[in-house]
Each structure stands twice: as structure tokens, then as C-alpha cells.
Write a protein that binds this ligand. Sequence first.
Ligand SMILES: [Zn+2]
Length: 610
Amino acid sequence: MNWDLTSYFSGFDSADVAQFKASLESEIAGLQSRCAQITPIGADTAGSWEEIFLEVEVVWQRMSHLGSYLGCLTAADSANEAYKAAEAAFATVSAEAETLEVDLKRGLREASDADFSAFAQRPALAECGHYLSRLREEAQRTMSPEEERLAAALGVDGINAWGRLYTTLSGKLEFDMVYADGRREKLPMAQRRSLMANPDRAVRRAAFEGGNAAWAQVEDVAAAAINAIAGTRLTLNERRGVDHFLDVAIFQASTTRRSLDAMFEAIFDSLELPRRILRLKAQAMKTSGVSWYDLEAPLPGLGDNEEVIDWPRAKEIVQTAFSRSYPRLGSFVQSVCDRNWIDWEPRANKRPGAFCTGSLLTRESRIFMTYNGTMGDVRTLAHEAGHAFHSYILKDMRAYGHFYPMTLAESASTFGEMILTEGILADAAVGAADKLSALDSATAQGAVFLMDIPMRYEFEKAFHEERSDGEVEVSRLEELMTQTQRRIFGDVLDEGGEDPYFWASKLHFYITGVTFYNFPYTFGFLLSRGLFAEFKERGSGFLPHYEEFLRLSGSATSEQLARRILGCDLESPEFWKSAIETLRQPVERLETLLLHRLEPDGVGGDEEEG
Ligand SMILES: [Zn+2]
């Protein structure tokens, strides 16, 4: 492993890991029995509840420390059975710790408004107001504590088991890859995605078709899982008094229905812009439109002769870009590299994907990724560094101020990516091909966030509506998926170019802990474009406000933050429209560069000004 994990523990086999876990378990058990004996928050119990809240806060800090450590180890060496066993044992501790939340909610739910506001104003709970109000709001939509405990216990073999079944299924599923020369190969499903981003269209199509044939073999299992997961949620919503299934997702995203509707209204009014990105791709491929398997492909001519960027150069590109417009971010990334906080090397048994994790005890972060030398990997580094910087800005906030939603987390990471793109385009040391590649991946993201993700949201919404009336058959799932893709992508998606099995192959529909694991990405993407536009307009004087936005991300709603930092109303489509509009200039620039490049003697292109 490349990263230094010694600030977590001296080593995995050391006695301090076992001791840490044992004392955590006994703290949780002690808190559980104390909670069981206390009546809801009131004048006479406020002091005891304050102690409980403060101790639970420490439990969360310690949980994040151990959980982050084990997460790092299993990601970096997923074949290590000892790590896996330790992570499974930790899941049991997590489930116990989560029952503490049931108790906290019971304490808050039955408190009167006056008792609650007196409680939230206690000095020891300063800067917890947002957290407490949210927990109390959530508590209004719960069953009795006994029923909640039963639901949690049954969930291990119910909804969560369906999620695990799906993970096992997709992990073991193999597909037939048939190459142009007739060669056949059985490949694990995990390799399909990178083949579908291959510069060669025939390779992409073969991976797409082979993959879907494999999914067709297990369609009934996937359909049973997606139906059971949604069905459980709908039943629990009804028992908990939740009016609409979207309310849960909106609460988790810490936003409002009006903001979500305003965002989608703006997106659906502006679909022509992201469609233009795909039209450009079709033009470059010399096809009438794109197929599903073209969505992740680089522009023709970019992916095949892309030069490998070595790791020291990747760090340099990110640091130069960051330091140019945001020196504090640049020096932060420098220190992340100097302190060996990144596991980047491609190695066998590394988990796919990338993430940023951290400990609320040490207030340090770690970045996990597999660096293969592409511009896309450089972008991943900037993305994860954006997350790490978010944690760095939050480091002096109490643990209860760290529970920020995914919407705001993704704003921080996308902000990092935007600074990177801008820096690359302005950097004379970066060649024209790399610049074009950076612009391609930045605009391609626009198509993902403004069409692909909204499509997933629309599908999931329609599926939940139909699921309320009973199980949804495989044929209907396919139909619903195809229709939704047609509606969002329009004529830029070739007739027959849809992916009818996307509901089965996309893991995000099977994540049991978070519902509607899609729109927060688009929300964060657009919000960060709004922040970035403000930064461009106001210059470096805006950066302290940006940092305030990050610092308060766990202490206010998205609407409150946008009003305070940007003076914008997220509940109005205007904000979202102007955020979408910021994509127009890069799209036009790419069009110009590409058309120039497609001309016979324009290969390589001229240096573009920043
Ligand atoms: Zn992210």
C-alpha cells in the first residue's frame, strides 16, 4: 500500500486495534442501557440527555476512526480474509451503534417544543442546532422504538440481504466478450465498464451486448431484488407516516421538494445543451446518433493515442492548477502528497473505484484510487482532493457538525474538478491533445449529470409509483427503462440504441442504505457550477465565502447556504438555469476545437488562450 495509515493505528495486528474495538463495544452497551432507563427530554432529564448526546458524539468519532481504517485496508487489499472478517465484525458494531440513534430520536420525539428549544440552547450543545432539529424532524416519522428495533433486526435478513444478494450476483456474473477477430473470452462483469469506455466502438458494442445477454440470464433475480428493496421501503414509509417516497430522499439530501422540482424543471427545459454534447460526439464518430455504449467513450482520436501521464506529473498538474487560482487548496494538496495520504498504485486485489475517507478523531483524510495514467485519472485525483479539502476546512468543527449530505459533498469535489479543468486549459506546459482531452471529459460530465442521472431519477420515480400497486414485471422494467431513456435523450440516442437492462446492471438501484442514489450528484454538480461562476466573477475575494460554505455544510440546509453564500434561491428554476448555462461556453469551445481538428491540416490544433 502507498498510504501511511500509522496515525490510525500502529498496525492491523497490533493490540491497540482490538482494545479500541472492545472499549467501543462496551461504551455502546453502556449507553444503550442508560438510554433504556430515561424518559424523554424535559426539564428534569435535560442534564442526563446532554451527557448522553455528548457521549454518543464521541462514539461517532471513534466509529469513524475504526470504520475508516478498516475501509482503507479492505479497499487496498480486498483479498485479505483477515481484513474482510474485521470489516464484517465492524458491521455488527455499527448496527449496535445505530440503535443509539433510535434512542436519541425517542428522547427528541416526545419532548415539547419548549423543552426541545431549551435543550438545543444548552451551551455544551452549541453548534448542534441543525443536527438536533434534523434528528427531531426524522423522529416524527418513526414507528415505536420496539418496532424500529424489530425492523432493523429483520432488515439484516430482509432488505439488506437483497442488497447483498445483488452484490454477490453482480460480483460473480461473467459475460461472453466476442472480439472482432472472433476470439471469445469469459470476463467478470466488473471489467465491462472500462470496455464500454474503449475508444474502439466495436469493442464497446461487444461488451454491451455480451453484458446484457448475461444480465438477461439473471433478470428474474435482479427483478426480485429491486422489487423487494422498493417494496420494503414503501411498507416502512407507510408505517412511519411518510407521505411520499421522495420525502425520504429529499431529507437525506438536506433539501426541499421545491428545490428538487425547480432543478429538474430547469434541466428538462435545457436538454438541448447536453444533447449537443452527444451530437458532437456522433459527428466525430461519423454516426447519425449515439448508442448507450457510446456514452462513456472518449471523442474519437483522443483515447487511442493518449499519452500516459506518470504519477509525479499527475500530482504536478493538479497542484499547478490548484495553486494558480486557489493557493490554499494547492498547498493543501501538496501536504496530502507529502504526508502519503493517497493509495494510487494499480495493484492486484484493489477494489475498483475511488473514494475519500477520514477519521473524526485525527481529522485526517485518505484518498483511494487506482491511477492508470489517463486524464480521467488526473480528474479523479482532483475530485477526491476536493472532498479531502472539505474535511480539512471542517476540521475544527465538532463531530455533529460533520454530518453533511451527499449533495454538498459533491459540490466540494466538483469545485476541485472545475479548478483543474480551468488550470489545464491555461497551462502552457500542457499540450493541445491533453487540453482537448480535459475539455472533452469536462463536457462529457455535463451530459452525464444533465441526462444520464436525471434519467435514473425519472426511472426510479416511475418505478416506485408502479411498485406501490404491486410487483413490477421484468418486461415492464425494461419498457419503463427504454421509454425513460428515449424521453430524456431524444433523437440524439439512436433508435434501438437504448439499454433495456440498465435497471439490472446499475448497482446504484440496489444500494439499501440510501434511496434515490442519483439526483444528489446532479444537485452537487450544478451547485458547484454556481459557486464557481461566483468565484470567476468576484475573484479570490470569494474564496473565504466558499470556505464558509464548506464549514457550514453540516450545520445548515442547502437552501440556507445558497442564500447566505450566493444570495441565490434554490427553490427557483432561475438559479439552476444559470448554472446549466455555464456549460455553454466549454461546449462551444470544444465544438470549435474539434471542428478545427477535424479539418485536414488542423490536427493537433493551435494553443488556446486561457
Ligand atoms: Zn465524490
